[in-house]
Design a protein around this ligand. Structure first.
Ligand code: NAD
Length: 484
């Protein structure tokens, strides 16, 4: 199936006629083509957004909210269709796309449909000065949204929904690796009555299409989710143009397990936080630290549970682990298994490609557990973003805290303990934007989401996202006594 750009409510071929192949990773075959949009396509999208802006930014909140709700509703109605498209395009189990990705895409629109009606700004009465300050929050204008391949529609809509709810018009680019559900979203937006040009979706490579968006002089804000190296490049490009930037980047998250935790809950959740979506979630707990007294028990039970995961075709009902997203990514992930061997890591489970019958060319890898002895090793320092976790024991709280923080990343952390004092102390000291205690990936969309250190700049979620997509303007009014 060939994909087109969605510009001004219409589906357009790229002006240059350049296309790139789109792969089905579970089969390892090309199944369509997508535009490799040029600067000229991005300009067309920008113009459409610019033209739509005066009217869209002046719609009532009620009207905006009702269109966003309609989009949410349509995504819900097309759940099965969209989940199948996502599983085929990304390689993730259909069960996961059906239970998580697509419902969340719908929730993103519904959440911001509601949030925008409750968004407010501050006012200060300057006592003694006879003045009043209040802050207006205007939409920015035309903004750019760029998203990755791991949770395609989920993350694409997580940016678009607050951007348009706040009254902006958008030029958006999904990952070239997983463009399909973003393409389908265009049809949904038309069906929901979103005015032409409010959302424009251009497809293509990061280095051509993405680059044209971040370099565009009149796209005044960029919301980006992806790798830290790309994030650094975007920051370098956008900073001299004084663009507003939100960067949601990579992670190397610790999963810290104390002996006093609820063991069974921890074990089941740790299997999920290690290998959900083939380990391709920025929040996965890829470094597992286990208190020494339960280390051997955990190791045995964890290996047992992981060995029960079925690697298979995303469309098989009993598949737990699907295909990795691309051949290049599979090779990158496998290179870390070789690095582990060089570094003296012990492969406790997995480490091999899997040949799935009927899908022999697909990009499958066993979930892999590697025992390491030093947090300084590459496996513990570099983001792999695949089905590989490391495990190592620790003795004291201070030791594990030091290791947890001793990485360049700071996205999320998980802590398993029933000790309240320890929870209070450690959550304060862990360097991460999100800390889960006795759970993982439990999300309340009102909370601030994002990372510190090399994991990003700024926060998404709730009113934080609406603040990002608006420009505050303080108005100060002084009053004088009435002339008598
Ligand atoms: P990536 O950085 O390669 O690509 C992300 C997006 O940026 C894609 O759409 C790509 O085309 C585009 N891009 C690439 N170069 C660009 C350029 N020069 N200018 C503009 N756009 C450009 O990342 P990826 O491989 O798609 O995704 C995996 C990464 O995303 C991992 O590091 C993961 O941790 C991170 N991630 C972070 C979060 C979070 O919320 N913090 C969530 C999901 C994924």
């Amino acid at each position: 199936m060939n994909i087109k750009n969605y510009i001004n409510g219409a589906f357009l071929a790229p002006l240059s006629g350049n296309y790139i192949d789109n792969y089905n990773p579970s089969k390892g075959v090309i199944y369509g083509q997508i535009p490799n949009s040029s600067k000229e396509d991005v300009e067309l999208a920008y113009q459409a957004a610019k033209d739509a802006y005066p009217s869209w930014s002046n719609t009532t909140l009620e009207e905006r909210s009702s269109i966003l709700s309609k989009i949410a509703q349509l995504i819900k109605e097309k759940l099965d269709f969209l989940a199948e498209a996502e599983a085929k395009d990304n390689g993730k189990p259909l069960s996961l796309a059906t239970a998580i990705d697509i419902p969340r895409a719908s929730s993103n629109f519904q959440f911001f449909a509601n949030a925008i009606t409750q968004f407010s700004s501050e006012a200060y009465e300057s006592f003694g000065l006879n003045a009043m300050n209040f802050t207006l929050r205007h939409p920015i204008g035309v903004v750019g949204c760029i998203s990755p391949w791991n949770l395609p529609l989920y993350l694409f809509t997580w940016k678009i929904a607050p951007a348009i709810a706040a009254g902006n018009c958008v030029v958006a680019k999904p990952s070239e690796v997983t463009p399909m559900t973003a393409y389908l979203l265009g049809e949904i937006c038309n069906e929901a009555g979103l005015p032409k040009g409010v959302l424009n979706i251009v497809h293509g490579l990061g280095t051509t299409t993405g680059q044209a968006i971040i370099e565009h002089p009149n796209i005044k804000a960029i919301s980006f989710t992806g790798g830290s190296t790309t994030g650094a490049h975007i920051a370098r490009t956008a900073a001299p143009m004084f663009k507003k930037l939100s960067l949601e980047l990579g992670g190397k998250n610790p999963n810290i397990i104390f002996a006093d935790c609820n063991y069974n809950e921890m074990l089941a959740t740790t299997v999920r936080s290690s290998f959900a979506n083939q380990g391709q979630i920025c929040l996965c707990g890829s470094r597992i630290f286990v208190e020494e007294s339960i280390y051997e028990r955990f190791k045995k039970d964890f290996i047992q549970k992981v060995s029960e995961l079925k690697v298979g075709n995303p469309f098989d009902e009993d598949t737990n682990v699907g295909a990795l997203v691309s051949k290049a990514h599979l090779e990158k992930v496998i290179s870390y298994i070789n690095i582990a061997e060089e570094e003296g890591g012990r492969i406790l489970f997995g480490g091999k490609k899997v040949e799935v019958i009927g899908s022999e060319q697909g990009y499958y890898l066993q979930p892999t557990i590697i025992e390491v002895t030093d947090n300084k090793c590459k496996l513990n320092q570099e983001e792999i973003f695949g089905p590989i976790v490391t495990i190592m024991p620790f003795k004291t709280e201070a030791e594990v805290l030091q290791m947890a923080n001793d990485v360049t990343y700071g996205l999320s952390a998980t802590l398993w303990t029933n000790n309240l004092n320890r929870t209070m102390q450690m959550t304060k000291q862990i360097e991460a934007g999100i800390v889960w205690v006795n759970t993982w990936l439990l999300r309340d969309l009102r909370t601030p989401f994002g990372g510190m250190k090399n994991s990003g700049v700024g926060r998404e979620g709730g009113f934080e996202a609406l603040r990002f997509f608006t420009e505050p303007k303080n108005v100060c009014i002084k009053a004088y006594p009435n002339p008598s």
